[in-house]
Design a binder for this molecule. Structure first.
Ligand code: HEM
Length: 240
């Protein structure tokens, strides 16, 4: 079994040549993806996330799919992908090779989740515009627009640090130093996401059509959030 590397290990290309690190790519993928289910906390987190996502999709699909449906459908896909790929990078990687691979997966899929959130935004914005409805009139909408902005900001920060650190920060080390901001912003954004979903419960659409219930969503989303924060290693976001 190889030793888990420190958080300060190089992000790109690190670990090549270390004993036991050179593994077949499928084995590497299997080991990295096992972060999603190989501990009690990961399984509990999966349970909370999957139950919430299935519960909401089930209610959406009970009703005719209209233009508006794109809003919760794509937002939920974004939440699912983001949740999964935060869980993926929480444990310390076993080697530099694992760190690079999990970073690539996290980066690519979370960029995809931001595209999904972008579509979620497009559907509600377009739907309101063609019906001449006013924008940003509720707490859900206020939290939602703030969360979209945080998501975009954090995606750009992550891309800059991981893929183009020299260009944006002047060096790979400077990029790594800024990582704690990306992490902290990531956790804050996920908290905002869950609050935004919960605030949607008060919308007319939910009260009259979807019928999502707080007593179901709070425990399931709460379980996922609790696991996420429980697995957070405080030294990785320490500013002192
Ligand atoms: C997945 C469950 C969700 C449901 C059922 C839902 C439902 C709704 C409903 C019914 C509206 C129209 C009423 C209003 O303006 O408050 C709305 C608007 C809005 N939602 Fe959501 N939403 C969900 C998730 C999200 C998420 C995750 C975000 C952001 C990250 C978000 C951001 C927004 C924004 C910004 C508006 C206002 C758009 C505008 O005024 O043009 N929603 N949502």
């Amino acid at each position: 079994m190889t030793e888990r590397v420190q958080d300060t290990a190089p992000l790109l290309g690190g670990g090549a040549g270390e004993p036991g690190v050179e593994k077949h790519s499928r084995q590497l993928a299997k080991e990295v993806l096992s972060n999603l289910y190989d501990t009690k906390s990961a399984i509990l987190g999966q349970a909370g996330l999957l139950v919430s996502v299935i519960y909401i999709y089930y209610h959406i699909l009970q009703n005719p799919i209209i233009l508006f449906s794109g809003h919760p459908i794509f937002n939920l896909a974004g939440i699912f992908i983001l949740g999964e790929f935060i869980l993926l990078v929480q444990p310390n990687p076993k080697s530099g090779e694992h760190k690079t691979f999990s970073g690539q997966l996290h980066g690519i899929l979370n960029t995809l989740s931001t595209v999904s959130f972008g579509l979620g935004f497009f559907y509600i914005f377009y739907n309101k515009s063609i019906h001449g409805a006013q924008h940003i009139t509720t707490w859900h909408a206020t939290f939602g627009i703030t969360t979209y902005s945080l998501l975009l900001l954090n995606m750009l920060l992550g891309v800059a640090q991981f893929w183009v650190p020299n260009l944006i920060f002047g060096s790979v080390n400077n990029g790594k130093r800024a990582y704690k901001y990306h992490r902290l912003l990531g956790y804050l954004t996920f908290l905002m996401l869950t609050l935004t979903v919960w605030l949607a419960i008060a919308s007319d659409y939910n009260v009259n059509i979807l019928h999502l219930k707080s007593y179901f969503l709070i425990p399931s989303l709460g379980l996922f959030l609790t696991v996420l924060f429980f697995r957070l290693q405080l030294h990785k976001v320490k500013f002192w």
